[in-house]
Design a protein around this ligand. Structure first.
Ligand code: FAD
Ligand code: NAP
Length: 525
């Protein structure tokens, strides 16, 4: 193992070595934010010091969550503030959040973001503390006692629901949320044993017209031999190899102009070999015609409609019928799951649907039931309605919007005042939508707020008064006392090496080590 990922703690010596220009600032020993060292650099003008009172201690930042939001916030703060240290706490035994556990296995180029995260982790002022759930193993108060500031970037760990009976899959089998299903094929520890049955019929329904829904439909329909060369988990691959699913219906409550797809992902679906595209072409053409003027002014929407129109033409042109199909079904809202009355009532057999019409202005079209109800058969149902964030004890939460209230990443308390030393970044800051690039810019905004607060000497989390704060140096022994085996970035690189080796044996980029027990076994305890 290279010493690139050498262990912290960054003693004053290591910080000096890392940035000699700051040497003179590490002479005293106080713990007030206003007296922290004063060499932050604005990101627009790198190397131009933002000066204020010369101080002494490292600025100890805790980041909760190791997804793109956490890493991009860390990157910008570490790059621009020479005396900052980052301790990143992650619930799972492996880092990188949805880049590892969300992004589809057949999109390896998207996962290149992980190389960037590795670079951040090479900074001696960075430390990864994995396998630690904030709220379970540690409280916010534990972190407050040992850090000057905290960034909440724990994403969206739940999913939106339909609010109808049996949707949690506990009574009726083969109903899953996208989070569960994606987590299953991508090796999220808690979904290792999900065991979807893809052999009960040839039709699956995915509810929701977003990119995650497209990912799931694509994985269900694509050539398994192609999938076998990706980092999809071997257990998921073997279930997909035996799959009888040939048709996937993507069900949306609204119309074609209201889909949340992006062009690249929709085009990819249209171009899937051996898979025919099906939709209600009359309704689609009518919607496009009726709103032609508005579509022409909205470039992304125009592109999406062109792709759908082209898909319709291609479908008509196909002579030898493909073996598989995917359907975009509009104006339908699930109201009931139907049990399989013939063979096994503990499995789902289909859905009862309200038929809708669209009402309201173009930008705010809503689905209104017209009173007709129809049934749709399916032996597998995946609800892809979007993810949902949950509150963390000790941190304000806006239940209506499902996020932490903030201004440019600075958390606000119930009265709307800034909460000293508390920041938020990523999906938990702006809601569960946006691609990695959008999350990156969002994280940079939060980092700029932190840097600006340092510059303005704004209050931080107060010290308990017993010497300077120690960050993870104090937290790790606490976790040990509580029986938690933490995973460092060095540890993770060892696990990754093992994943790469297992992958090489199977002709894949990696074979993921899935459960926490397996991770700890590789690490020797
Ligand atoms: P996350 O990536 O979810 O990271 C949050 C981290 O916090 C996780 O590691 C989590 O384990 C950790 N955490 C949660 N709770 C705690 C706790 N209590 N204590 C400690 N740690 C905790 N974007 C693209 O650009 N291209 C794609 O192909 C793409 N595919 C996607 C596929 C799916 C299925 C999904 C859902 C999203 C996809 N996205 C894609 C979007 C992209 O993943 C997000 O923009 C991005 O991951 C959001 O980053 P985040 O850091 O806010 O959240
Ligand atoms: P999303 O884009 O918000 O789509 C959610 C879908 O669920 C919408 O069609 C929505 O319809 C529907 N829905 C929500 N509640 C519903 C209900 N109660 N009943 C019926 N339908 C309901 O969410 P997502 O697909 O989870 O994607 C999340 C983010 O990750 C997006 O920004 C996406 O672009 C990104 N992502 C990107 C990629 C990629 O770039 N390749 C891949 C995956 C994900 P309404 O519009 O009617 O509410």
């Amino acid at each position: 193992m290279s010493n690139c990922f050498r262990r912290f703690p960054p003693t004053i010596t290591t910080i000096k070595l890392f940035n000699k220009s700051c040497e003179k600032y590490y002479l005293h020993n106080t713990s007030n934010f206003s007296q922290h060292p004063s060499v932050c650099y604005t990101t627009k003008q790198q190397q131009r010091p933002i000066s204020h009172v010369a101080g002494i201690n490292p600025f100890r930042l805790a980041i909760i969550g190791s997804g793109p939001a956490g890493f991009y916030t860390a990157q910008r703060v570490l790059k621009s503030c020479s005396f900052a240290t980052v301790d990143m706490y992650e619930a799972l035994p492996a880092p990188h959040g949805l880049v590892r556990y969300g992004v589809a296995p057949d999109h390896p180029e998207v996962k290149n973001a992980q190389n960037r995260f590795d670079e951040v982790a090479r900074d001696p002022r960075y430390r990864f503390v994995g396998n630690v759930s904030i709220g379970t193993n540690l409280t916010i108060n534990d972190l407050k006692a040992h850090h000057d500031a905290i960034v909440l970037s724990y994403g969206a760990t739940e999913e939106k629901t339909l609010g109808i009976e049996f949707e949690d899959g506990a009574v009726l089998k083969n109903i899953f949320s996208a989070r569960e299903f994606v987590g299953w094929y991508n090796g999220m520890p808690q979904y290792r044993n999900l065991m979807p049955d893809l052999t009960r019929s040839d039709t699956a329904v995915v509810i929701g017209h977003g990119n995650v829904g497209l990912d799931i439909a694509r994985i269900l329909l694509m050539d398994v031999d192609v999938l076998a060369k990706t980092d999809i988990t071997e257990y998921a691959l073997s279930v997909l190899r035996n799959s009888k699913i040939r048709n996937v219906v993507l069900l949306g409550r609204r119309g074609p102009l209201q889909v949340s797809f992006t062009a690249k992902e929709l085009r990819e679906m249209m171009n899937l070999p051996n898979v025919k595209f099906v939709t209600d072409s009359n309704f689609v053409n009518q919607e496009i015609k009726t709103h032609a003027d508005l579509i022409s002014k909205d470039r992304p929407l125009k592109r999406l409609m062109q792709i759908i129109e082209k898909g319709l033409i291609n479908t008509i042109a196909i002579n030898n019928q493909p073996e598989k199909s995917w359907t975009l079904k509009f104006l339908r809202t699930p109201i009931e799951f139907i049990p399989n009355s013939k063979t096994n009532p503990s499995y789902v057999q289909g859905l009862r649907l309200n038929v809708n019409r669209l009402e309201g202005p173009f930008e705010k079209r809503i689905a209104v039931p017209i009173g007709d109800v129809e049934e749709l058969e399916a032996s597998l149902v995946v609800k892809s309605l979007g993810y949902r964030s949950i509150p963390l004890e000790g941190v304000p939460f806006d239940h209506k919007r499902g996020l932490i209230p903030n201004v440019k990443g600075k958390i606000l308390d119930e009265e709307g005042n800034e909460l000293p030393g508390f920041y938020v970044s990523g999906w938990i800051k702006s809601g569960p939508s946006g691609v990695i690039a959008a999350t990156m810019y969002d994280a940079f905004e939060t980092a700029e707020t932190i840097l600006s607060d340092i510059d303005q000497k704004k209050p931080i989390i107060p010290s308990s008064g017993i010497g300077p704060k120690q960050g993870a140096d104090a937290i790790i022994p606490l976790l040990k006392e509580r029986g938690v085996r933490t995973v460092s970035y060095d540890d993770w690189k060892k696990v990754e090496e093992k994943e790469n080796e297992l992958g090489r044996q199977k002709g894949k980029p990696r074979e993921k080590v899935v459960t926490t027990e397996q991770v700890l076994e590789i690490l020797g305890n």
